[in-house]
Design a protein around this ligand. Structure first.
Ligand SMILES: NC(=O)c1ccc[n+]([C@@H]2O[C@H](COP(=O)([O-])OP(=O)(O)OC[C@H]3O[C@@H](n4cnc5c(N)ncnc54)[C@H](OP(=O)(O)O)[C@@H]3O)[C@@H](O)[C@H]2O)c1
Length: 334
C-alpha cells in the first residue's frame, strides 16, 4: 500500500516545485525591471541619432524625441527630406515648449552602408555632442517578388517557363539580393561597428533601438529576400546585445505600417497585398511605443502587440496555418 501514495506525493512535489519556480520567474521578471532610463538621462539631455529618418517610422521617431526636447540628429540619403524633418522637429520643439528655440535638431546626409559617411557622422556626433545616448537603426528596404520570378521564371502550377533559370537570371537574382543585403544587413552592421563604442563610452545609459519586422520572425511568400535580410540583422543585433551587456538593446517588431515603404522594393515588384495604408499601424503609434520601450529598457516590442505576438507564437505551434494565412495576405497561389 505504501509505495503508491509515496509516488504521488513525489509527483505532486515536483509539479508544485515547477509551478512555484515558474511563478517566481514570472513575478521576478516583472519586479526586476531596470530602473527607468530617464532617471539616468534627462529627456532634454538625451542625445538621439536616427538612421533612416527622412520618412516613415524614422521621421515619426524624430518628431517624438523633438516633442520632449531631446537633442536629435536625423540621417538618411535624401537631403531635402531631412531638411523638412529638421524644420518639423524645430516647430514641434517650440510649439510644445520643450525648448525655447529649435536649436537641438541637426541633420547629416549619410548612406548608412557607406563606411566613410558613417565615420563622418560619428565625427559630427563626437564634435557637436561629445557622444550619443540613443542609436536608432531604422533604415531599410523592401523586396516584393517570389525569388524565381526575380530570376525570370514564370510559374504555372508545378512547371516553370522557361524550365530552368538562365545564368543571367541567377546573376540578376544575386544582384538584387545584394541590394537587399547591403541595406538590411550591412547597413545595421556598419552602424553598430562605427557607433557602438562611442555610444558605450559616452553615455550614462547607452541604448540601441533596431527597427526590425515581424517578417524577421515569420516567413511569407513574395518576401523571401526581405524576411531573410531582416532576420539576419535581427540576429546580428541579438548577438551583439550579449557581447555588449553595458548597452541596452530594444528590438521593434512591427507588422504592416502605413506609408510608402513598398516603393523601396529592390526587385521592383508589385504590391500584391491590400493597401497597407488601409489596415497598417500608423508610424506615429510605432514611434510612441518604441520611445516608451527604450525608456523602459524593454527587449522585444511587438506592434500591434496581439497580432504580432500571436502571429509569432502561432507560427511555432501551427506553422501550416500561419503559412496559409501569409499566402492569402500576399495573394500568393501555390
Ligand atoms: N512599412 C512597413 O510596413 C514596415 C513593417 C515592419 C518593419 N518595417 C521596417 O521599418 C523601417 C522603416 O520603414 P518605413 O516604413 O519607415 O519606410 P520608409 O518610409 O521607406 O523609410 C525608410 C527610411 O530608410 C532610409 N534609407 C533607406 N536606405 C538607406 C540607406 N542606404 N542609408 C540611409 N538611409 C536609408 C530612407 O531614407 P533615404 O531614402 O532618404 O535614404 C528612409 O528614411 C525599415 O527598416 C522596415 O524594414 C516597416
Amino acid at each position: 500500500m505504501l509505495p503508491f501514495p509515496r509516488t504521488s506525493i513525489s509527483q505532486l512535489s515536483t509539479g508544485s516545485v515547477l509551478a512555484v519556480a515558474l511563478s517566481i520567474l514570472f513575478v521576478s521578471r516583472r519586479l526586476w525591471r531596470r530602473s527607468p532610463r530617464t532617471k539616468k538621462i534627462s529627456r532634454k539631455g538625451e542625445r538621439v541619432v536616427i538612421l533612416g529618418a527622412s520618412s516613415g517610422i524614422g521621421r515619426a521617431l524624430a518628431h517624438q524625441y523633438a516633442r520632449r526636447g531631446a537633442r536629435v540628429c536625423v540621417t538618411a540619403r535624401r537631403e531635402d527630406e531631412l531638411k523638412r524633418v529638421v524644420s518639423e522637429c524645430e516647430e514641434l520643439e517650440v510649439n510644445t515648449g520643450a525648448v525655447s528655440q529649435g536649436a537641438s535638431v541637426c541633420s547629416v546626409v549619410a548612406d548608412f552602408t557607406n563606411v566613410d559617411e558613417m565615420v563622418h557622422l560619428r565625427d559630427v556626433l563626437q564634435h557637436e555632442w561629445n557622444g550619443v545616448d540613443t542609436l536608432i537603426v531604422c533604415a531599410g528596404v523592401s523586396a516584393l517578388r517570389p525569388l524565381m520570378e526575380v530570376a525570370g521564371l514564370e510559374r504555372e502550377g508545378r512547371s516553370f517557363t522557361p524550365p530552368q533559370a538562365s545564368a543571367e537570371g541567377i546573376k540578376h537574382t544575386v544582384d538584387i539580393a545584394n541590394r537587399a543585403i547591403a541595406v538590411n544587413y550591412f547597413g545595421p552592421l556598419v552602424s553598430a561597428v562605427t557607433l557602438l563604442p562611442l555610444l558605450q563610452n559616452s553615455s550614462a545609459s547607452p541604448s540601441i533601438l533596431l527597427i526590425s519586422s515581424l517578417a524577421a520572425l515569420v516567413p511569407a511568400p513574395t518576401r523571401s529576400l526581405y524576411c531573410s535580410t531582416k532576420a539576419a540583422s535581427l540576429l546580428l543585433y541579438q548577438s551583439l546585445s550579449i557581447e555588449h551587456p553595458a548597452v541596452t538593446f530594444t528590438f521593434a517588431i512591427p507588422a504592416t505600417v502605413h506609408g510608402d515603404f513598398r516603393a523601396s522594393a529592390v526587385d521592383g515588384g508589385p504590391v500584391r497585398e491590400v493597401d497597407p495604408n488601409t489596415h497598417g499601424v500608423k508610424p506615429e503609434d510605432v514611434a510612441r511605443r518604441c520611445v516608451g520601450a527604450v525608456d523602459a529598457g524593454e527587449k522585444f516590442v511587438f506592434i500591434p502587440y496581439v497580432y504580432s505576438r500571436l502571429g509569432h507564437l502561432l507560427y511555432w505551434l501551427f506553422p501550416g496555418f500561419v503559412e496559409r494565412q501569409a499566402g492569402k495576405k500576399y495573394n500568393f497561389k501555390v
